[in-house]
Design a protein around this ligand. Sequence first.
Ligand SMILES: [Zn+2]
Length: 402
Amino acid sequence: MERTVPDDFERMWADLAPVGRSAVSGGYFRQPFTAPEAELRGWFREQCAARALRVEEDAFGNLVGWWDVGSGPAVVTGSHLDSVLDGGAYDGPLGVVSALAAVDLLRARGVAPARPVGVSVFVEEEGSRFGLACLGSRLATGTVSWEVARELRDGDGVAFGDVVEGVVAGGSSSLLASVGTYVELHVEQGRDLVDRGAAVGVASGIWPHGRYRFEFAGSANHAGTTRMEDRADPMLTYAFTALGANKQARLAGERATFGRVSVTPNGTNAVPSHVTAWLDARCSTSESLTALVDGITAQATDRAGRDGTSLTVTAESVSPAVAFDAALAARVAADHEDGDWPVIPTQAGHDAGILSAAGIPSAMLFVRNPTGVSHSPAEHAELPDCLVGVSALADTLERLLR
Ligand SMILES: [Zn+2]
């Protein structure tokens, strides 16, 4: 134990600032089981030691620092330390640093918790290395099996099973067995709180979310000698589909994005034979998600008929809506110095959603993000808002621990 006095929020934040940061973009590369992430995990263990929190690590590398007080079901709070590729500083670490600072605040307030308290760090929340978001919390809750997870591979073909087994023995997890309530504080990934003029908000739920592979097939040919009217060009069908998806989502008040595309043969002087593009769609209800994706598919299929191309659509993953425990959210949001905190939905997935779906009552606190930009080096929260977040989290824990 190098540090005997717990660091405050600003010092902890300064500790993390350089870890995994690109000198070129200023963004973060904190992929699971890489050197920067290992450094963050070491830092977390140090911080727990400084607070006499007993660290428990499960077979997948998920961590909880336990404050062994009280009895009965535990209240756990935390987030994740990994980032997307070239991500921001706040998505994940803000929840972990705030959780440690909230424990300090509870102790400074002289709170004697009636139940055990844990500070958690889940592995591979972003899915930026092995492709499945919330992998650590899915494994900890049994939502995904070890047999499936161990075969997930990163861009270099390295299997998750190999890196995890290099760190700890893969298998099962009982890390969450004693957890009665989970609370995750997170930087907001939109501008709802800016519009509402609130530093902090509480999550009502997470929109349903799907990822769909659109495979457009046509005929490869010479870009110069093939007459325009003789082409079967899947790029045109794709381009029309991307524009159409955007328009349909805007008209419906939902979200549709083609953010990834792969072209064959991908030559400047060739009409392509195949275009594969991935649609990310998120809607306020499962019915509207189905309707939106069906509408985009119908429009694309119609266009393919006119282009002489064909289209196959495969759902790669569909996550149902998450409704957080409404009574818990109301209890977290009510009666604060500045009145009630707004209760708002989010369009982004989180570990708290996985735990909630697995039957653990969960709540989320959001801290205002001035631009709403996230998953980017521009992601930001102002220090005063972060400190409001810490005290909001401490208030929440205090309510849950009495
Ligand atoms: Zn996150």
